[in-house]
Design a protein around this ligand. Structure first.
Ligand code: HEM
Length: 367
């Protein structure tokens, strides 16, 4: 256990890096709860809070941060939209969306001599797939993508007060959009997630809270995984060649490698519910714990289980794991097939680096 950062500054978290210890914490939800999972890393200033309050922004614990008895039932409702059978049956549709995006990217490459694969192929397919699976209208994608990045920075980043205020306005706008979507979906006759949650007994603020997390986590994390995978593939630095990636097996292995070594969600948080003990060490009630999910497996563990914690573990394990892996592999496969022989046009892009999220912001390639 460690409570200091590499720079020697005091870190507010107990940092756990060993996979066995991380797994142990995730499997002791009564001792280590998820109440801090969605709390802002940088405390919100008065002006930022006022912006959010005016928008009636609230994140009551419903799913990822819920440790009450209601979690299991709500999780079951959400899981019903991502069953292995549903996801498997959706593969042709996912491939169609990925192929269209890859064809557009190839067109841009031809005209401009360069294309940014983050915008062209990584950004939209996961959002379209998620909205379609949830039974929600596919609309306002540029806004959804921008709001997602802003909210991730607001809650998992270190913005200065001015930037935080800007991000709060963005989060408030997203929340307003989301509330309208929730009201519309609940009133609509077709099967959709928000309607099912209302039938389960959730209030509008509770559905908005779940939707706020899911509409970001259900697509932006996959966009980021695809971005890192395409960047490392084009860089040729992780033992996979661009020319081999049209093969399904190579694309899947590449995605698993990136999940194990450089996942889009490398850490997650828990908080000690009461005084407890972990590996013979006392952990006081309220201690915040940062779990390193991936990137720290020893060489002997670099095998099929090396990414085993990438989606968490236990009662809160990611409900989109199968979908995320599948769509990331399909997008990589279709992109490599549609753009043969490309190389990186910008080998040192800017990276998004937040407490729990990471990815290159651009992946520009050229012929
Ligand atoms: C590369 C993509 C993704 C990564 C790395 C990822 C990772 C994670 C992690 C680490 C957690 C916390 C697990 C825990 O507390 O034990 C989580 C929770 C969750 N994820 Fe994902 N996720 C991804 C994509 C998705 C997608 C595509 C969806 C759905 C469309 C999704 C839905 C969820 C949900 C609903 C939870 C909360 C589950 C609960 O609290 O019971 N995720 N995810």
């Amino acid at each position: 256990m460690s409570a200091s950062s590499a720079s020697g500054q005091t870190c507010p978290y107990i940092v756990l890096r060993e996979p066995a210890a991380v797994r142990q914490v995730l499997h002791r939800p009564d001792d280590f709860g998820p109440a801090n999972a969605l709390i802002a890393v940088t405390p919100l200033s008065g002006p930022s809070l006022r912006v959010l309050q005016r928008a009636r922004f609230a994140l009551p614990p419903v799913l990822a941060s819920n440790h009450s008895d209601s979690h299991a039932g709500i999780r079951k409702v959400v899981a019903g939209f991502f069953t292995p059978a549903t996801v498997g049956a959706f593969e042709p549709r996912i491939r169609g969306i990925a192929r269209d995006a890859a064809a557009t990217a190839a067109g841009l490459l031809k005209v401009d001599g360069q294309v940014d694969l983050v915008q062209a192929v990584a950004a939209n397919p996961p959002a379209i797939v998620m909205l379609e699976l949830l039974g929600l209208p596919v609309r306002d994608l540029p806004e959804l993508k921008a709001w997602s990045l802003d909210s991730l920075e607001l809650f998992w980043g270190w913005p200065d007060p001015e930037r935080q205020l800007e991000l709060s306005h963005s989060a408030a706008a997203f929340y307003g959009w989301l509330r309208e979507l929730v009201l519309e979906a609940v009133a609509s006759p077709g099967r959709n997630l928000f309607g099912s949650l209302a039938e389960h007994g959730l209030s509008t603020p509770e559905i908005c809270s779940l939707g706020y997390f899911l509409l970001i986590a259900g697509q932006e994390t996959t966009t980021q995984l695809i971005s890192t995978a395409l960047f490392r593939l084009a860089e040729g630095s992780v033992g996979f060649a661009w020319k081999d990636a049209p093969s399904g097996t190579t694309a899947r292995d590449l995605i698993r490698h990136v999940l194990a070594t450089e996942s889009s969600v490398p850490t997650w948080r828990r908080v000690a519910a009461e005084d407890t003990v972990l590996d013979d060490e006392h952990v006081p009630a309220g201690a915040e714990i940062l779990l390193e999910l991936t990137g720290n497996h020893s060489l002997s563990e670099q095998g099929p289980t090396a990414y085993g914690l990438a989606f968490g573990s236990g009662i809160h394990r990611c409900l989109g794991a199968k979908l995320a892996e599948l769509e990331a592999a399909v997008v990589v496969q279709e992109t490599a097939a549609a753009l043969p022989g490309v190389s990186l046009a910008e080998p040192n892009p800017e990276w998004l680096r937040l407490l729990s999220f990471q990815a290159p912001r651009t992946v520009s390639v050229e012929l």
